[in-house]
Design a protein around this ligand. Structure first.
Ligand code: ZN
Length: 459
């Protein structure tokens, strides 16, 4: 035994002598000299226009100056980005770093270990950053609990590449509710993807537990599961609360009533959760596909209504008054419609997407605020800039989509004074894209340069 240990020690010393000191990755850090970025154009978010040319002066992790020209201090490094447009880094207000394509969402938590999923999440974070997303809100690890704390912390320490993250741990849901492993053999006690909370008291307890484990905001499932029902056949499906809501279009309106989703928490329960989140200095985002849950969420005062497939006139009025953005997540609906496992499922998913597009046009016409979130995870990370293109395709202008992303997205992430602008004092988080994104929004899908916190990640 003694000989064996001596042999091992000798081997280690020998290896150290051969290979030098043990490899230790140096954390990513900004340059210790100023950087001047120059490009043919720059998108000024506050002015809502492109200026030409565009220059940004970066010192450390922050922007010092931006405009058509900036001072060039002695010793500054010039990065000429040529015929591109400089823009703030993109914000995705709805991602799932812990989900990947190829395995059904609910099965990933069943067949994959949390360490395996955490490794996947680090790869997802890198893919998103390289695609130009420098800030994201991760809307739930879907069964990996607080493993997102480790990923967020490693990114913040510069140990691995990834966006700035707001994280929630698991989403919160009711027993037997959305994402609660329904349909498995009960004797197997298959774990759901969410943390349970069945009433106001349990919501507070769960939020405190998640906060203890490192979460930075709260994600709640307010609706689900969803059903498409034949037009006019089952308004509210007998739900007494739903039937007494001021929902705008009435039963029998084919355009409104062919979608149904039960609510999970009452207005008072949501208010309790929002109050507890506020006590902890943060906010609540909800998975919320439709009524009456959307009205409950708007009344309670959530930070955003995600998916927002069905919004009544009363809900939209409240969203405008309280400035609560909808996050449509078109890309995931398109992906599910195009990748359904059977013709029947494809028909259902396409009906859902068609319904959603129709309702989105009503929402745009009503003038509610939006943010950009893709729900990436079930489809490949790094491809989610398609969301910008779909929001334009279905009725918004490129400028409106970009403003929704940079203004409302940053506010939802509670980073409105740090990201989403090329302005002095903001983080040096920026991208360059070919062409003019106000003329062709698809430019954001062809990111050629990525800087985050003054560190160049892609060039
Ligand atoms: Zn989601």
């Amino acid at each position: 035994m003694q000989d064996c240990r001596l042999w091992f020690f000798t081997l280690l010393v020998g290896l150290a002598g051969t290979l030098g000191a043990p490899a230790q990755e140096t954390p990513a850090a900004p340059a210790n000299h100023p950087i001047v970025l120059h490009a043919a154009r720059l998108f000024d978010v506050d002015a809502g226009k492109i200026v030409a040319p565009g220059e940004v002066l970066v010192e450390g992790e922050r922007i010092v100056a931006a405009g058509t020209s900036v001072d060039r201090p002695a010793g500054a490094e010039l990065i000429d980005l040529g015929d591109t447009t400089l823009m703030p880094g993109l914000i995705d207000a709805h991602v799932h770093l812990f989900l990947h394509p190829g395995t059904a969402e609910d099965l990933q938590t069943v067949v994959e270990s949390v360490p395996e999923r955490t490794i996947q999440a680090t790869l997802a974070a890198k893919a998103d950053l390289m695609a130009g997303f420098t800030a994201e809100r991760d809307m739930g690890t879907e069964g990996a609990g607080s493993a997102d704390t480790a990923v967020r912390n490693a990114i913040d320490a510069g140990l691995i590449p990834g966006p700035r993250l707001r994280i929630s741990g698991n989403a919160i849901s009711i027993l037997g509710g959305h994402e609660d492993a329904i349909g498995f053999n009960p004797a197997q006690h298959v774990l759901g993807n969410a943390d349970y909370a069945n009433d106001a008291e349990q919501l507070v307890e769960t939020i405190r537990e998640q906060h203890k484990e490192g979460s930075s905001f709260v994600k709640i499932y307010e609706t689900g599961p969803d059903r498409m029902v034949p037009p006019g056949t089952a308004p509210c499906l007998g739900d007494p609360i739903c039937e007494h809501l001021p929902l705008g279009p009435q039963p029998g309106d084919a355009e409104f009533w062919d979608f149904h989703t039960p609510y999970q928490y009452t207005v008072d329960e949501l208010k309790t959760a929002i109050g507890e989140a506020a006590r902890l200095g943060t906010n609540v985002g909800v998975h919320d596909q439709g009524e009456p849950g959307a009205l409950f969420a708007a009344e309670a005062g959530v930070a955003s209504i995600d998916h927002a497939t069905q919004l009544s006139d009363a809900t939209m009025q409240l969203m405008k008054e309280k400035h609560i953005p909808a996050v449509p997540t078109f890309t995931i609906f398109e992906y599910f419609a195009d990748h359904a496992p059977s013709p029947a499922a494809a028909a259902r998913e396409h009906a859902m997407l068609d319904y959603k597009i129709h309702e989105f046009k009503r929402q745009v016409a009503a003038g509610i605020p939006f943010a950009v979130g893709s729900d990436v995870g079930p489809f490949p990370h790094g491809t989610q800039a398609r969301e910008f293109e779909l929001m334009v395709q279905y009725g918004m202008t490129p400028l409106a989509v970009l403003e929704a992303d940079y203004r409302n997205g940053a506010n939802i992430l509670m980073m409105g004074d740090k990201v989403g602008r090329l302005k002095p004092g903001y983080y040096a988080d920026m991208i360059a894209v070919p062409g003019n994104p106000l003329e062709d929004i698809a430019a954001v899908e062809r990111v050629s340069f990525v800087m985050k916190g003054g560190v160049v990640y892609r060039r």
